[in-house]
Design a protein. Sequence first.
Length: 312
Amino acid sequence: MRESTPSASWHPGSRAVEMIAGLSAGFVTTVVSHPLDFIKLRMQLDVTSATQWQAFHRIYEDLMRSSSTTASRTSSRKLIQSIYRGVGPNLVGSTAAWALYFTFYREYKNLMLDYHHSEHNDSNLNSGQYLLCAFEAGWTTSLITNPIWVIKTRMISTSRSTPGAYTSIWDGIKQIFIHEGFKGYYKGLSPALVNVSQGALQFSIYDTFKHHLILKEGQTERDLTTLEYLYASATSKMLATISLYPLQVIRSRLQVNSNKHMESVVYLVHKMATQEGLKGFYKGIVANLIRVVPATCITFTVYENMRTILLS
């Protein structure tokens, strides 16, 4: 029986394919990993000199205290509600961000191939070109999604009972506009744009590993195994995260500040270095690695498999 071929709109460079595969990957990853994201962010925002274990223990005690009731079922429901606080903007942000990132990354790679008059095959690009395309995709995505991340960060950093805490995404949008104006939506944008380097580095390493495996085995992309995708995604994420993690902490500290007079990045870095030392820049990294490595494996496995399904 003859295999069906994808229509013209569902070719490997299709925006629709990248958008749907990215949306699927972002949604699944966020639902699975949000509790660890919650813990990581709370640890990043801890300004004391406590060790990571002490900070984690304090967060755990706060969660248990805020969710404790006489009824165990009610207590469990409150605990789930607490660790999934902020999941709304996180779902919106992550699904949109991954869909946009994969789509823009594909577009910039196509533009790069067109510029060099090359066939639309990623193996015609080198690591430096992957890195440049990933930077461009990251910057574009950050400019579009930063307001969502500001709201998400503030929702996770406060409990539902905290005075002035946002009750929903829409409430966050209104409160920021009323109290801080339009610029409030773009707090933390500078380190976010710099932090794009982590995603760019990861994508560059990932695509380089992936196409090395393809060339080594003489395979097509869809002949790679799930284990090989896991290897490429896990290794690339670990290397990129450890290299550039301090930028995430700086961005989170800037975003959670709701004062009209924002601290400059230089002032914040100096204050953190003076008061907390080097370890202050790596707060939450253990929780982050535990979260991001499996999350990245989920993201890229879902993305690659969804892409294969759409193209088959």
